[in-house]
Design a protein around this ligand. Structure first.
Ligand code: HEM
Length: 421
């Protein structure tokens, strides 16, 4: 991973070879914006997302060009403010249930607990209602398997997926069960014709300019896409948020003091979240330091990026991790310092140097959803608990589809003067 930030020394666009395969690595904020902002006009998805297409179907995250633009416009209302307020109460309940289940003094595998919470939060936000617990379990189990095998499916040749290993057979069976269950839920929602305040209701309500909604196949693809994009990143990020709060007593004291001052003992509501300014900076800093490693693009025409020209049909990589560790914009880049994000400091950071959710037309459509989720869940947990990293633990970053902690044993102690939420 360290080699990525080091590439910035060799120019704004650096050509590297993986065997015979040339890849252009974008290593500078201006060049990154040159790539991301024209977005779907000059670039299609690169290898990373194309490898996921057979499993996902025509979801927004694998579509390019006009098709991407059509889906993006259609899906925008799913993330409207009114919808986010509804999803936020689903998130809060999921976090409260998890936090209430921990015994005082327990040491939790916080990385796994946060992955599970992110999975529960997303499945419940997608479908508040399923006809049976088997249906809900089949969807959750399928999503868990899909997100865990994401990197393998991107990196290994597609022929490998067809080899009948026990693991592949289990995966295929789980996917078939999940696909059938999603279709069942979609038909049940269509039949009931009721808005349940969840993502599926929002997806069923979208209409294009001619008044047409999504077909069943399109709906299925968007549900799968949101399941795949909406679990892994928030799960890993929540783990890192707890890690950074739990290992620094000053950060932890400031988070608790702010929660007590703003909430005064109540459960957090959607409208409270912007007032949690310090927690917001903690989350911004976690998204800087422990950020997605890289994404691919393929050029449709010859393009300019910074001072370089890149030919048509070339594979590019842009890397939030590389940019966020660049000492030019982030002095002492490995130091966790939420106050980098105080307005007077943040204004010195150039556009394009901080892109945890990307930028331009392919940027994360779940950005506000994710920020709300991270803030809401952390607020619920830290209102109730002090967290500390188990003594003597040396946590390392490992690259999967994202950067994850290799382990995260954290001890929880009930707060003695908390907001009695
Ligand atoms: C910490 C949490 C998250 C991070 C850091 C993150 C980051 C990103 C990034 C960097 C991209 C752009 C990928 C590219 O350039 O190819 C992206 C795309 C996307 N993300 Fe997220 N994401 C997060 C959470 C979510 C959540 C919770 C959802 C859904 C509820 C979501 C849905 C999507 C979708 C659908 C796309 C594709 C958008 C498009 O192509 O128009 N993400 N995300």
């Amino acid at each position: 991973m360290e080699f990525l930030p080091a590439l910035a020394r060799y120019g704004d666009v650096v050509k590297v070879r993986f065997g015979n395969f040339p890849v252009y690595v974008i290593a500078d904020p201006d060049a990154t914006r040159d790539v991301l902002v024209p977005g779907d006009l000059d670039y299609k998805r690169g290898l990373c997302f194309e490898r996921l297409k057979p499993g996902l179907g025509e979801g927004i995250a694998t579509a390019s060009g006009d098709e991407h633009r059509r889906l993006r416009k259609l899906l925008q209302p799913v993330f409207s403010r009114e919808r986010l307020v509804e999803y936020s109460s689903i998130m809060r309940t999921a976090a409260e249930e998890a936090a209430d289940s921990w015994p005082d003094g327990a040491t939790l595998a916080a990385d796994e607990v946060m992955n599970d919470l992110a999975l529960t939060a997303l499945t419940r936000s997608l479908f508040k209602f399923t006809a049976s617990t088997e249906t809900a379990d089949a969807i959750k189990h399928g999503m868990r398997l899909l997100t865990h095998s994401l990197l393998k499916r991107i990196v290994l040749p597609s022929a490998w997926e067809k080899v009948p290993t026990p693991g592949n057979l289990r995966f295929t069976r789980a996917m078939n069960r999940m696909n059938r269950s999603i279709d069942e839920v979609v038909s049940a929602y269509r039949e009931a014709g009721e808005d349940r305040g969840d993502v599926l209701s929002a997806l069923l309500a979208v209409r294009d300019d001619d008044g047409n909604g999504l077909t069943d196949q399109e709906l299925h693809a968007q549900v799968m896409t949101l399941a795949l994009t909406g679990v892994e990143a928030p799960g890993a990020t929540l783990g890192w948020v707890l890690y950074e709060i739990g290992r620094d007593s000053e950060v932890s004291a400031r988070v608790h003091a702010e929660l007590d001052a703003v909430l005064g003992g109540r459960a957090p509501e959607y409208d409270d979240l912007p007032a949690l300014e310090y927690l917001g900076r903690v989350i911004d800093e976690v998204l800087r330091l422990h950020t997605p490693l890289l994404f691919s693009r393929r050029t449709l025409t010859e393009v300019r990026a910074g001072r370089s020209t890149i030919p048509a049909d070339a594979e590019l990589i842009y890397s939030p991790y590389l940019l966020h560790h660049d000492v030019r914009w982030f002095p002492d880049p490995l130091r966790f310092d939420p106050d980098r994000w105080l307005p007077e400091n943040a204004q010195r950071i150039p556009k394009g140097a901080y892109i945890p959710f990307a930028a331009g037309s392919y940027q994360c459509i779940g950005k506000v959803f994710a920020t709300m989720e991270l803030t809401m869940i952390t607020a619920v947990i830290c209102s109730r608990w002090h967290l500390s990293l188990a003594l003597g633990t040396d946590v390392r970053e490992v690259a999967s589809a994202l950067i994850r902690p290799d382990k995260l044993p954290m001890t929880v102690s009930r707060r003695t003067h908390p907001a009695s939420v």
